[in-house]
Design a protein. Structure first.
Length: 160
């Protein structure tokens, strides 16, 4: 009977990670880059524990002090949103070409031509990321017209 118990305990030890192994496991990195508004209750960029994927929180047309840039001007807001995305991407050594997926929230579909124009200046026409477009009644502040979040594939040099 003790041989069976010993064998079962051995299998359990293989299946249950020990505390030392858990303590050494990599952890996700939470980054709030300089140049972006100080977030309240969220993080601008999170890199997963294996360093292969970064998640960029929805970027809006805020300057670093939290003021809306381009109130009422969709094109100006789009430029600021992509500028903020650039700051977030740079913080993890990534570029716009590393974006795998975006989710785009717009308050008025009439602004799609201006959005497509802005996207065309920043994202690859040959290999654009997957995108979900979501029309919304309003964003975090009524002056905001656009918000874009992204999932980014990190290259090996950006995984450190």
């Amino acid at each position: 009977m003790s041989a069976i118990v010993s064998r079962v305990l051995g299998l359990v030890m293989l299946l249950v990670p020990c505390r030392a192994a858990l303590a050494q496991a990599p952890e996700a990195r939470f980054i709030n880059p300089a140049g972006l508004v100080r977030p309240t209750g969220y993080t601008h960029v999170v890199v997963d524990a294996d360093g292969r994927t970064a998640y960029i929180a929805g970027q809006v047309a805020f300057d670093s002090a939290g003021q809306v840039v381009g109130a009422g001007d969709f094109a100006a807001q789009a430029e600021r949103v992509f500028g903020n995305m650039h700051i977030a991407l740079t913080s993890v050594g990534a570029t716009f070409q590393d974006i795998l997926k975006t989710t785009t929230y717009v308050t008025d579909l009439k602004n799609l031509p201006a959005l497509r124009e802005a996207r065309g200046r920043y994202l690859s026409a040959a290999h654009p990321p997957a995108n979900t477009m979501v029309p919304v009644a309003t964003l975090a502040r009524p002056e905001l017209l656009l918000e874009i979040e992204a999932v980014v594939g990190l290259r090996s040099h950006a995984r450190k």
